[in-house]
Structure formats: structure tokens, C-alpha cells
Design a protein around this ligand. Sequence first.
Ligand code: HEM
Length: 395
Amino acid sequence: MTKPGERPIFDLDNTDPELLQRLPETLGEMQSRCPVAWSPSSGGFWALSKYDDVVEASSDWETYTVTQGIMIPPTGASMPVIPAELDPPRHTKLRKLVLPNFTDRALQEWRPGLEEIVRAAFKPVLPRGRADLISDIAHPVPVLAICLVLGIDSDWRRIRELAENFLAATGQPVLARQRAQELEAFLEEEIDARRGKPVGDLLGQYVNATIDDEPVPASEMLGLVQLMVVAGHETTVNGIGTMIYRLITEPGLRDRVLADRSLIGAVIDETLRLHPPVWNMARTVAKPTEVRDASLCPGEKVMLVYGAANRDPEKFAEPDRFDIDRSGLSRHLAFGIGRHRCIGEPLAKLELRLALEYVLDHLPDVELDGEPRWGGGTNQHGLRSLPVRFTPTEG
Ligand code: HEM
């Protein structure tokens, strides 16, 4: 057993923006040198990078609790993120409230509206024949999508700004608090406008729902809506960006998908395996445990490093290769696993699918028009800029 003081040190400083420029390489090095690493950054935390260890920790809520926060360093929000920072039984009940609305089947109701959102995002750039796929196209889609599904009919630029500001302030406690309050104030207005009123939209349905015959407390409702707005934004932007990047740069891929649209699902999953938009989430040790040779003590933070687990050579042969024919490619952990697995996975995948279908139908000759730029945050990773050109059309 590794004793305190003999911890296998690997300094994974996820607050260093430079890390994002060499993320896969750094995570690969950590996994092969130190599969269970102690990183001294951000007050110290364990980093689990092997696929099986991440799955095991995600499946054992009694040892690895979410109630002490799921981000390293903490966001500074005044209240728990709902349901992500709740353990059972409350977690299970809140999940049950929203899950039925986010299945593939339930989302079909929103498909025409989502198609329109994608079409409207591309429309202004079509005659130009040039665009930044991230800022011009990917950015508006996820915010508009979640607002459509929930029934929030406000200015999407304001919501996007609030959600982005909130995420960008992680690790700066005073600013983070202020940004969280701004987002909370906006969402509270939307919630209050529906409380006790027969509003037919999904948000109104949640606001007036009961669990065990009790209304859902206002703070839980706010935390839930806040998570849906924030969790689905930058993540999906990153997914759309890296997917189109792969379509453009992966030899032969575009021709194959143009000829056979049934490959779209595999393109989405393989993109998310190689470029998980959320490259880590955190837990806190609730009772003493061991992982491989390391002893983890109560109160210590643990980072589940999806970005490394998704390239674990014991699970994915030649893990750095983009390969839509690999077996078991959907076993990646881009959406987490276990009780807290992403609720928005079907919605995010539908958005990615519609964006890819649009590109194949209307911009089939799209190509790079400059250097893509990578970036992200303490747990997000993706393209900040993806300049492209294509044959102009009238749309
Ligand atoms: C490509 C896009 C997305 C990615 C990569 C992603 C990834 C994740 C990850 C890694 C988790 C945490 C799992 C854990 O802690 O064990 C999560 C949780 C969650 N996500 Fe997503 N997400 C995406 C889009 C969305 C969207 C569109 C929504 C909108 C509804 C959403 C809502 C949530 C919620 C509510 C949770 C908390 C689930 C729980 O704790 O039970 N996500 N997501």
C-alpha cells in the first residue's frame, strides 16, 4: 500500500490554460506513469485515469460522494447543483422527475424545432462561404435547444452570456459567486413566472410538480434548471466543433458518411470518446478505500479523468486513432457512467446529429480555412475556433 508521504505524485494543474493545449498527451503520460496519481494542485486531489477505476468510483456513491462538490476547484455556487450534487435517495427522485422528457422518443416532439434552430444558425453564413464554426454556428444551437425544450422564450444571447460567464469564473471565488447570482436571478424570474400557474411548457410542469406529495423546494428547482442550462451549453458546442473538425480532417471519413448516413451515430460516439467535452468530474472520499496501490482517506478529493479513461489502451485498441469501426466504441465515458450519467445525452446527440446532417446536405465540401484553436476550462475541452470555407449558396 502507498503510505501518506509516499503518494505517486503527478502534478495535473487543471487551472493552467496551457494544459489544454497538450491535454491528451499529458493525460496519456499520467495514465502510463501514475494510473492513480496524487496531484498537489488546487489543495491536492487523487486523479483516477484508468477506465475500470473511473467506472468503479462512479458506481460506488457510498465511498465517493458528490455532496461535497463535483468540480476541482469548486465553482463557488451558493447551493448544490441539482441533481448532480445529491446522493440517493433524493437524487433518484429528482432524476425520475426529468428523465422521461429526455429520452430519444420524447425528444422526437422537438425534432422539427431543433432542425429549425440548426438551419437558422447556418443561414447567415451560407452566402459568405466562410465561417468560424464555433462562434458563428455551434454557439447558439445548444442554448436555443434547451430553451426550446424547457419552454424558456427569452433572449438566448443573454442566457448564453450568463451560462458562459458562470463557467469561466470557476476557481475565482468572488467572481464565481457574483456570476452564479446573476444566472440564478435570471432563472428565478422564469421559475416564478410559472409557479402555481397552468403553464403548459416543460419548465412549468417541473415547477408545479410534486415528489412524495410535496412541492419541489424552490432552491432545488433553481439548481436543477441552472444545471440544465449550464451543463448542456459549452459541452454541446465542443461536441459539434470537434465532430466537424474530425469530418474535415479524417482521411476518407466524409465520403463514407456521405454515402452511408447510418454511420453518423458511430462518428458522434468516436468523436466524444477521443474529445470528451467534459474531461473530468470530481468526487470526495466518504470512507477509507483503496485503488490499486493507493490508500484514499475520507475528505480527499478525487478526479475522475474521463479524458484519460477514454484512451485507456486496455479498453480501446490503438486508443489515439479515430476509428468508427472499432468494437464497443459507445462504451466511452464522455457522459459519465452510473447514477449520475448525463441526463442530456440523447438531446446532445440529437443536436450533434442534426448539425452533421446539415453540413453533409449543404456544405459537403467544407474544409479548414486556418488553424483551429483548442481551449476550455478546468473540466471542459474543445475547439475555441474552427475557421472553415465552403462553396457559397443562398441556403
Ligand atoms: C455533448 C454534450 C454533453 C456532455 C459531454 C455531457 C457530459 C456530462 C457529464 C460528464 C456529466 C456528469 C456525470 C457524473 O458526474 O458522473 C453530466 C451530467 C449531467 N448532464 Fe450532461 N453533458 C452534455 C450535455 C447535456 C445536456 C444537453 C443537458 C441538458 C439537459 C445535460 C444535463 C446534465 C445533467 C442534468 C446532469 C446531471 C445528472 C445527474 O447528476 O444525475 N447535459 N453530463
